[in-house]
Ligand binder design. Structure first.
Ligand SMILES: [Mn+2]
Length: 331
């Protein structure tokens, strides 16, 4: 953490035009952060404007009932003007301007003071005027909770608390990922006391699977293939599958965790046929380097989660190539 809360408070006090933004393909922590902080700023008599690159995912729209989040490409001229005339811009849940995609150029070139509040690694502090970062926390919303509470607990309204709770619940994978310490539960207990409803919020976020999505999943599961003594699992989703159910790549998001939850699995591979290429996702456990495997197909990523996009190949062809390479990584 570099900047003291008080410095940001002073900055807010003397600012009129305040912009908030977050990263592309926003998750619960991203939308939770901008909505919670905007809700806090409004109580302080400010009129913040949220501008994002992406539209808000359906299951997070309930956090923005009044549909206040502006999408940069819609009425872009006005959004450019808002950014160039801002006194302060808050970049939440990312520390990298390039993650704001279409906004990047305008944010970087705005004369506004730039404040980063985030929990990711790889911060380049010189890009910002003020930074609050804590990479030990599982969610940006936990930092914002601390910030708002430090100012005055009265600002933790039901609305603000609910947005913060959603950020923490989603970024911890419902309280099971690493960095889910006892502190996280203390924070959430407080948020629940302030009005966040854990049952309702879980339902809003996760209780929205459709029949079509479930049928796609069923087809995916029934097609799973197992290799290397059930330590490797491979699944595919084709264009035909998408067409059958009227779905797209957005609807395969949970499939990786589904296969990696199989007991004894060391390596999971998913091939998704897109319009003009095939997307490969590799997930591994322990020391199996998913990124090295992905690199064999000109992809990359982290040790346990990586991917690649391959053009000009078919699923059966690619499957064979992958399984051959896999042998070098599974003892
Ligand atoms: Mn986050």
């Amino acid at each position: 953490m570099y900047t003291h809360f008080k410095e940001i408070n002073d900055l807010i006090k003397k600012s009129k035009n305040i912009i908030l933004t977050t990263h592309v393909v926003p998750d619960g922590d991203a939308i939770g952060s901008v909505m919670a902080f905007a809700g806090y700023l409004k109580q302080k008599g400010k009129d913040p404007v949220i501008i994002n690159h992406s539209i808000t995912p359906d299951n997070l729209k309930f956090l923005d009932k009044k549909n206040t989040i502006r999408v940069f490409s819609k009425d872009q001229e006005k959004n450019e003007k808002l950014i160039s005339e801002a006194d302060v811009i808050f970049i939440l849940d990312t520390n990298d301007f390039s993650r704001t995609k279409s906004l990047e150029h305008y944010l970087v070139n705005s004369p506004a003071k730039k404040v980063c509040i985030d929990h990711h690694m790889g911060l380049k502090p010189k890009m910002f005027d003020f930074v609050i970062t804590n990479t030990v926390y599982p969610a940006t919303c936990q930092i914002l909770y601390e910030y708002i509470k430090d100012d005055d607990e009265k600002y933790l309204t039901k609305e603000v608390s609910s947005a913060l709770y959603v950020g923490i619940m989603t970024d911890t994978g419902s309280f099971r990922h690493p960095r889910t310490g006892s502190d996280v539960f203390m924070v959430c207990a407080d948020l629940i006391n302030d009005g966040a409803d854990p049952v309702k919020l879980y339902e809003e976020i996760y209780g929205n699977t459709t029949k079509e999505n479930l049928l796609l999943m069923a087809r995916f599961i029934s097609g799973l293939e197992f290799y290397s003594g059930n330590r490797v699992v491979l699944g595919t989703v084709t264009q035909k599958d998408f067409k059958t159910f009227g779905l797209d790549i957005d609807h395969v998001e949970g499939f990786t965790s589904l296969i990696m939850n199989i007991k004894g699995i060391k390596l999971g591979i998913i091939l998704v046929e897109l319009k003009d290429n095939i997307k490969i996702s590799f997930r591994s456990k322990g020391n199996i380097p998913a990124n090295k495997l992905a690199a064999e197909f000109n992809g990359g990523g982290h040790k346990n989660a990586a991917g690649a996009n391959v053009k000009g190949s078919s699923i059966p062809e690619l499957k064979e190539q992958i399984l051959k390479k896999t042998e070098n990584y599974i003892d």
